[in-house]
Structures are given as structure tokens and as C-alpha cells.
Design a protein. Sequence first.
Length: 254
Amino acid sequence: MLFAIDVGNTNITIGLFDGKKLLHTFRMTTGTARTSDEYGVFLADLLGLKNMNVNVIDAVIISSVVPKVMHSLTNGVIKYLNVNPIIVAPGIKTGINVTIPNPKALGSDRLVDAVAAYELYGGPCIVVDFGTATTHDLVLGDGSFHSGVTSPGIRLAASALWSGAAKLPEIEIKKPESILARDTVSSMQAGVFYGYIGQTEYIITKMKEAAKLDNIKVIATGGLGKLISENTDKIDIYDPNLTLQGLRLIYEKQ
């Protein structure tokens, strides 16, 4: 079996694969400093909760945008799972040709998402990942990573709103009953929710215009991606496990 581990700025998402089948997913916070033993015990305990032994893990692949956790995480994998993990880094086989001027600057999460979107849904496509930052990346029909747009994530934008204004409260991010809000909380929810949909639709529209390509699919993923995708016709597919599937696909190419 394969452990696919995606280390993001907010969460670490873990997928357990049996061949091509995603059996289980798990999450833990990224922000807490942990030792290699803590990571190793956590991964072993996840398997134990599913009545599995660590010996069932044949391989581990890791994508990370948080370098400071990698030493402890990789050592934890080696110590407790007895596996040397594959790290998604420049030079790894992906099937995607990164054509931006500095390919090494591309985040591994964006590369993994591009692999999954292109392999599973075809190109050309725009991949939208609603994470700590929201990214919109264009993959051409030949599998080339062409360009991308980066903006503050929904939670980051909302946090800036209530952090920067002394009298505004922290709110739940959700669709309000009406855009015609009549209280502070629903007013903020309307601004965040509809403002972000407007931003998403505008970026997708302008990228399609600039690319001058027909039949560009838009594939979304990420925590709040479902909320946005359900309320716009600009997103064709929402796949919550896109990044984990991308890690599996990259592992299979090695």
C-alpha cells in the first residue's frame, strides 16, 4: 500500500492507497512543531485505527510547501514505516512539462495538482486549488504547465477582514441567506462569499480569454472549493482528492 502525504501551509493531508483505490484520508495541522517520533507514531496509529500493521506500507510519497517539517517527517517515515519516502522535487518524473521561466520555483502542490487534472480529466484545463492561497493554473493540451495566478485564500482574506477592523467579529465562512444582508455577520459573509465567487469567475474568464483556447475544463479542489464550485457555473469539476491522486500518479511514474 501507498501513503501519499501532502504537506500544506495549514494542514497535512494523508491518503492511504491500495493500488489505484483511495481507501482512507486523514488530516493533521501543519503549524505545530513535531519530532520524527511524533510523526512516526501518528502514522502508525492511523494504520492501527484501521486494523492494519505498518508492514502493509510498501511506499510513501511526499509533496511539501513547508520545508521546516520535512526533516522530522521523513525521518519519522523511515523510523516507523521502514520506507524511504519519494519526495516531489525538481527532476522527478511527472509527465508534465513545466514551461515557466524558472521551473524550480513552481510549488510541488501545484505540480501535483496539474498532473492529476491532466491525467484524470485531460487538457487544456485550468486547475483551481482553494488552499491557504488560491491558485489558478493553466495546463495546455500537450501537458505543458503554462502559467498561473495566485491570490489570498478565502480564509486568509476573511481573517484579514476581522483582524484589521477592530469592531468586526470572526465569522463562519458560508453562503448567507441573502446578499441583501441586514446585520454585521451576514454582511461580512456576503462580502467574503460573493466577493470570492466574483474573483474566481473573473480570473477564470480572463485566463480563458488570454489563452485563446477552446474547451478549457476547469477543475477545482481544496477545502472550501466545494462551497465555491456549487455556486458558480465556471467550475466544471470539483475533486476533493485531486492532490492525493496526483501523488499516486507521480509515484506510479517512478
